[in-house]
Design a protein around this ligand. Sequence first.
Ligand SMILES: *Cc1c(COP(=O)(O)O)cnc(C)c1O
Length: 510
Amino acid sequence: MNERIRRGHTLSEPLVFELSSPGRRGVSLPEPDVPARPLAAYLPAGDMRDVPPELPEVSEVDVVRHYTRLSTLNYHPDRAMYPLGSCTIKHNPKVNEDMAALPGFARLHPMQQDETCQGSLQLLYELSHYLAEIAGLDGVSLQPAAGAHGELTGLMIMRAYHENRGHARRKVIIPDSAHGTNPASVTLVGYETVQIPTNAHGLVDTGRLAELIDEETAAFMLTNPNTLGLFESEIRTIADIVHDAGALLYMDGANLNAVLGITRPGDMGFDVVHFNLHKTFSTPHGGGGPGAGPVGVRSDLVRFLPTPVPVKDGDTYRFDYNRPDSIGRVRSFGGSFGMMVRAYAYIRANGPDGLRQVSENAILNANYIMRRLEKHYPRTVLVHGAQKETPIPAEVPCQHEFVASGTRFREHGVRMLDIAKRLLDYGFYAPTIYFPLIVPEAAMVEPTETESKESIDQFIDAMTAIAEEVENDPELVRNAPHTTPVSRLDEARAAHPKTLNLRYRKPETE
Ligand SMILES: *Cc1c(COP(=O)(O)O)cnc(C)c1O
C-alpha cells in the first residue's frame, strides 16, 4: 500500500544572496547614446549612499531557477489535496482567472462614472441577486473584505435594527464550537458574548438556549452545518426560540459548501448570513487577502445594509448612495471587485444544478473519508463539564467535513500535531487541528468536491499508515516531518514578528 503514497519533497533552496557571484549580471544594457548624468544630479547629496547596496549579483537563469524552485517548496491546491477543515480550500477553476483578467474588468478605475462601466455594475448587481437567491434572503452587500468582516458588518446591521426599535440589547449567544472570529466580532460591536454548550449529539442544546435567551439578547450566531460538520437538525426550533425572544438569528456561512442548492439559510429561519467567496465560491484565499465576505439579510434589514448598493433603473445600473438608515460604508469602493468577477464566473459556470452537485459531492467525499478512517480516527465531542469524550453516534452522517479525535494516540505519547506534521512527509497538507475546541486532539478534515476518488484514497492510505506507525514506531511520528526543508519550527516565535530576524547579512570575509 505504501508505494502508492507519494513522498514529500526534499529540496531546499539557498537565499538569492547566497547565489551571488561578483560581476555576474542578469541583463546587459547598451551604452546610453545621451550624456550620462551623475546620480548626484537627481538626488540631494545627503540621500546618497557612501557604498552601493550589496545586492545579489546573479544571472537571469539563476534568478528564474531560484524562484521556480522556491515556488515548488510552496504548498498549494494546484500541487495536491488540501484537507484543511472549515477553510474550504478547493481547486479554483482557471477560467475564473481569465475572466478577472479581462481588460474591461482589470483596468477599470474605481472612480469611473457609472455610465462608462455598466457591465461591471451589472455584474455586481446580478452577483448580489444570485447570492440572495442562494441564501434565500432579500438583500446582499458585497462590500465586506472577508468572513470576519462580514460577521462584523452583520452584527452592525443587527445592532442598527435593535437600536431602531428603541433598545440596542447587550448580548449575543454563541455555541462553544464557534470559530474564534465570532466572539471577536461580537466584542468589536460592543456586545457581550454568552457561550452555549454543545450537547452529546454535537448540536445546540435547545433547552439551554431557551433558558439563556432573554430581552437583552440581540442575536444567536450559529454555523450550520456546525464546526463539527454536523447539520443542526433542530434549526427550525432554534429559529422559533430566537425570534420569540425578539432576537435575530445569524448564520456564519463559512460552511455553505455543504448546503448549496440543497437548502437555504433564509428557509431555515436565519435573518443574516455572511458568505466567504474565497471558500465556497472558488476565489483564491490569497495569503491573507484579498478575500470577500458579502452579507445577506432578510427584507426588513435591507435598509441597514452598507452604502452604496448596486441597483437597476430600467436598463441602466448605478450605485445607490441615498440610503438614510444604512450603517454606512465598510470598505472602499465596491469591495474586492476581482473576487466578485471570479465568484460570478463560478456561479454562472455551474448553474443551479451544478451548485447542488458541488455540495452533494463535497458531502459524499467527506463521508467516504470519515467512514474509512473511523477505526483509527473516531468522531467524538467533549460535552461541557464532562470528564470523558462522547462518541458521535455512528449512524449520523457528516456534512462536507468531519472532526476526528486523536486522544487514543496519547498512550503512545503522540499528539494530533505530530500526526499533522507526519502527513507532510506523505506529501499532503495537514488538516485543521485543535479546532473546534470541544474535541480534544481534534483534526478537522474537509476534502471538498474537487478531489477525485484516487486522491482521496491516497490521503486515506497516508492517514492509515500514520496510525499504524504510531503503534509500531511512535518516535518516527513524534519527530516528523523528516522530508521537508525545515522541520519543527518554534510556532510561537514564528508568529511574533519582533523576534524574527529577516535581514540578510553577508558573512565576514577578510
Ligand atoms: C473561515 C471562517 C471564518 C472567518 O472567515 P475569514 O474569511 O477567514 O475571515 C469564520 N467562521 C468560520 C466557521 C470559518 O471557517
